[in-house]
Design a protein around this ligand. Structure first.
Ligand code: UD1
Ligand code: CA
Length: 492
């Protein structure tokens, strides 16, 4: 690898076609900003220096770049006068900081999320081996409209890059395009930048003019064509953003399948760039694995599940679930229709069942919350079982409070735990209890009181209704049966 590589990333343009208050390069694909992908590819080449040129909305872009690459330099281009002017701004900042620059300088754009480090590295290696003043990362496009064309002479040598608006009809037929990524000998670049003019259709300073400047000085220029042109494609509007996002997803899903993950339906499976999957994971249709989600060996996720920043243990099963910042233990089961909010930690072999919502809830090994419950701000001990329809009432209208359920406790259906409250190890509760006071270990807590039947209530309090009529008919029927019983002769 080159010992002295500088990469300049251009990100000063407005990106007006996004029609967004968010700067273009900050729009995300695969769970990362577009410039985040570019910086990751750039970092993979082990550069000595990274300079990002910012302009439009630099108060958004600057800090974001600093977060991604704390060692990078930011060059501010107040007015966007063209790619040549942008690179000149970067080089001025560089020279002011580091003194004269040597080695290789690569220019890349901040909006090409599919760019891979390996491609950049191969391009730089080829540029240095050929000892050129300028190398162009080029590509063949069926529809080259809008791109700068790589013009070659009859020997096939590169002589110029001509922009669409400045091209002759013949030049517009050329399908070899300038991807925008260029490599320079640093000494040549410093020399050439002040010589770029703006006498062209757009009145801009074109970086691409350096090709002709090098040729005129008798220096070598050349192009290195990339087969996978999509790596250099940028998103200018939201339609292209979605296209690049889908292509990135296709690549990520393919990579995981090759690594031993079963994906039943790649078209409806979305996996972010930073997700990590173990071998023999199975992903069922309609599943999105987002952010920093990790899934362990043999786990089955889906169908129709969204997990963001979650950890799924080996052998776990997660069906039709929405989870965020949750940890699911090994061989645990979740779903269908579960909602795991931040701070949920389900132990190994535990269960969060249908229509259960959890938040800031630590559920121990083998503990179960199987049906129709809300568990918020709670700790449930290992092996405990929470009855159907239980609510952990954590909020008193002012503050949130905590509930603790002991190990192997068995709480009955339709309980309300009014926090702060604690149920001891091995304790139990009766159906329909409202637990407001602590339950000691081993105790059975009942709160609903003995049942009272107010006989004839429906007929008195709901006269003339279907309810009263049904009760009257049932009572009449059982009275008639009693009479028959009484009339029957006794045979002893
Ligand atoms: C440029 C190239 C063209 C190439 C195409 C590939 C030039 C003159 N033309 O054209 O040959 O085929 O990219 O996409 O270089 N930028 C700045 N400051 C500026 C101007 C641009 O930071 O003053 C940034 C933009 O934000 C963008 C990139 O540079 O990320 C390219 O600029 P753009 O104006 O889109 O160039 P194109 O006309 O597409
Ligand atoms: Ca462009």
């Amino acid at each position: 690898m080159p010992s002295n590589l500088t990469v300049i990333v251009l990100a000063a343009g407005g990106g007006t076609r996004m029609k967004s208050k968010t700067m273009k390069v900050l729009h995300e694909v695969g769970g990362r900003s577009m410039i985040g992908h570019v910086i990751a590819a750039v970092q993979a080449t082990g550069p000595q220096r990274v300079v990002a040129v910012v302009g439009h909305q630099r108060e958004q872009v600057g800090p974001h770049i600093r977060d991604l690459a704390p060692d990078s330099l930011l060059a501010v281009q107040e007015e966007q006068k063209g790619t040549g002017h942008a690179v000149r701004t970067a080089v001025e900042t560089l020279v002011a900081t580091d003194g004269p620059t040597e080695g290789t300088v690569v220019v890349a754009y901040g909006d090409t999320p599919l760019l891979e480090g390996d491609s950049l590295r191969a391009f730089v290696a080829e540029h240095e081996a050929a000892e050129r003043a300028v190398s162009i990362l080029s590509g063949e496009l069926a529809n080259p409209f809008g791109y700068g064309r790589v013009v070659r002479d009859e020997d096939g040598d590169v002589v110029a890059i001509v922009e669409e608006k400045d091209a002759t009809a013949d030049q517009r037929e050329i399908r070899e395009i300038n991807s925008g990524i260029l490599a320079f000998d640093a000494g040549f670049l410093l020399d050439a930048l002040p010589r770029i003019g703006n006498d062209n259709a757009k009145g801009e300073y074109y970086l691409t003019d350096t090709v002709q400047i090098a040729r005129d000085a008798g220096l070598t220029v050349g192009a290195w064509a990339i087969d996978d042109v999509m790596q250099t494609e940028g998103a200018n509007d939201r339609v292209q953003l979605a296209e690049l996002g889908r292509e990135m997803n296709r690549r990520i899903v393919t990579r995981w399948m090759r690594a031993g993950v079963t994906v039943m339906d790649p078209a409806t499976t979305w996996i972010d760039a930073d997700v990590v999957l173990a071998p023999d994971v199975t992903i069922l249709p309609g599943t999105q694995l987002l952010g920093l989600t990790e899934v362990g060996e043999d786990a089955v996720v889906g169908p129709d599940t969204t997990l963001k920043d979650c950890e799924v243990g080996a052998g776990a099963r997660v069906v039709r679930t929405h989870g965020e910042l949750a940890v699911i233990g090994a061989e645990a089961t979740v779903g269908p229709f579960s909602y795991l909010r931040p701070g949920t930690r389900l132990g190994a072999r535990g269960k969060i069942g249908g229509f259960v919502e959890t938040k800031n809830a630590v559920i121990g090994e083998g503990a179960k919350v199987p049906h129709l419950s809300y568990v918020g701000d709670a700790e449930i001990g290992e092996g405990a079982n929470i009855g159907a329809g239980t609510i952990f009432a954590n909020y008193d209208g002012i503050a949130k409070h905590h509930t603790k359920i002991g190990r192997h406790a068995k709480t009955a259906s339709n309980n309300t735990f009014v926090a702060p409250v604690e149920v001891g190890d091995g304790a139990a509760t009766g159906a329909g209890s409202v637990i407001r006071r602590d339950v000691p270990p081993g105790a059975l807590a009942v709160s609903s009181g003995p049942q009272r039947n107010l006989v004839g209530w429906s007929m008195r309090r709901r006269p003339g209704t279907d309810q009263a009529e049904a009760a009257r008919a049932a009572l009449a029927e059982s009275a008639a049966a009693d009479d028959q019983q009484a009339d029957r002769p006794h045979d002893h």
